[in-house]
Design a protein around this ligand. Structure first.
Ligand SMILES: [Mg+2]
Length: 361
């Protein structure tokens, strides 16, 4: 069956918190584009988020998708490998746009087979995934207030955004640990904001409060620095911004520069690459988990099917950030008591409402 239609629709989801900040920016909404591929009576859906610090913008995504559309149309829906090769030959990078097409193709293949997406990826090893929620950058007491609110609704895994001021950041971790008690799992994400020495100093001072994992402490390009931090502390060090491609992940895990890698479908260009990245981690003895898929439930549904089918996933995944946003045009998954169930409906497991402004390209 051939792809005979390619439609896109912008999606903007306002955040409940209009001052949601991390080390690199303050954001008031999650924006991106849904992709709909049509093949006969079937429709497959994918989502390309605008994430400027990972290389995609709300202005640039339609241009990339418009460039790819003619390469997608008339493709047999099972010929995804040849299609991805054509996209890579057409334009270097553009991972988020490629990921949306890859996800829509997978959704179509699952629907054509009348099976849930996780079956196509090898089958779900678990029925539900614990969700890690991100705490936006704020003064320590405000972050502790938010953490307590989430804890009371069932979450047990938290990511504390920090911004490179060691004393303030340690105060954030201390305030949250003291508020939540010993049952909460804490991680931090510096989004590249420390120098090597600052990172080691901060992690040593945070250690008494129990931190499971530290994400991207130093700049993405500072691989020697990342390795130095990894060797200096006993806390798990995870690459995110530095792990943007399969080639980067291969270098990171081959030389054991980090202890863990954050997998994200959009930054890696789709499900096929995300699975390949997980295998690279596995054979090199490096941990991996599914990182933040910021935006619509559509993107998180693909993330859940991925997470459920990866054999070596051992930690909570960031697949519930949609819960802090309004206006999601896709429905079908929810976080309940800190967990989200792996969708078991045919395809990716969420469905579109009529509110999308589809435009054929
Ligand atoms: Mg991160």
């Amino acid at each position: 069956m051939l792809i005979d239609g390619f439609d896109v629709s912008p999606i903007e989801m306002p955040l409940h918190d209009k001052d949601w900040a991390f080390a690199l920016a303050t954001v008031s909404s999650a924006r991106g584009f849904a992709v709909r591929l049509r093949a006969g009576d079937l429709c497959g859906y994918g989502y390309a988020p605008a994430i400027p610090h990972m290389g995609s913008t709300f202005e640039g995504l339609p241009i990339e998708l418009r460039r790819f559309a003619p390469l997608v149309k008339k493709t047999d829906l099972w010929d995804i490998e040849a299609l991805l090769q054509r996209l890579d030959s057409s334009l270097f990078g553009a991972s988020q746009a490629k990921a949306a097409i890859d996800c829509a193709m997978h959704d179509l293949m699952a629907k054509a087979s009348d099976i849930p997406l996780h079956k196509l990826l090898g089958g779900a090893l678990v029925k539900r995934i614990p969700v890690l929620r991100i705490l936006a950058l704020k003064p320590p007491n405000e972050m502790a207030d938010k953490a307590a609110e989430l804890y009371d609704s069932g979450y047990r895994y938290f990511k504390i955004k920090v911004h490179g001021d060691v004393a303030e950041d340690v105060a954030r971790v201390r305030a949250i640990r003291e508020r939540l008690g010993s049952q909460a799992h804490l991680t931090i994400d510096a989004n590249q904001s420390y120098s090597v020495k600052e990172a080691i100093c901060a992690i040593e001072q945070m250690a008494p409060y129990g931190v499971d994992l530290v994400e991207q402490p130093v700049h993405r390009s500072d691989l020697r620095g990342l390795a130095a931090v990894t060797r200096a502390v006993s806390t798990i060090i995870e690459a995110d911004e530095a792990a943007g491609t399969l080639e980067e992940i291969s270098a990171l895990v081959g030389d054991r520069l980090v202890d863990a890698v954050s997998l994200k479908i959009p930054k890696l260009g789709g499900l096929r690459n995300a699975i390949a990245a997980a295998r690279l981690c596995e054979v090199n003895g490096v941990k991996c988990r599914v990182g933040a898929h910021v935006g619509t439930r559509l993107l998180n549904a693909h993330g859940l099917s991925l997470a459920a089918s990866l054999p070596k996933l051992t930690y909570a995944c960031e697949l519930g950030e949609f819960a802090r946003m309004d206006g999601d045009p896709f429905a079908g998954i929810e976080v309940i008591d800190g967990y989200v169930e792996v969708p078991d409906a045919v395809g990716c497991g969420v469905s579109a409402s009529a509110e999308l402004a589809w435009q054929e390209i």
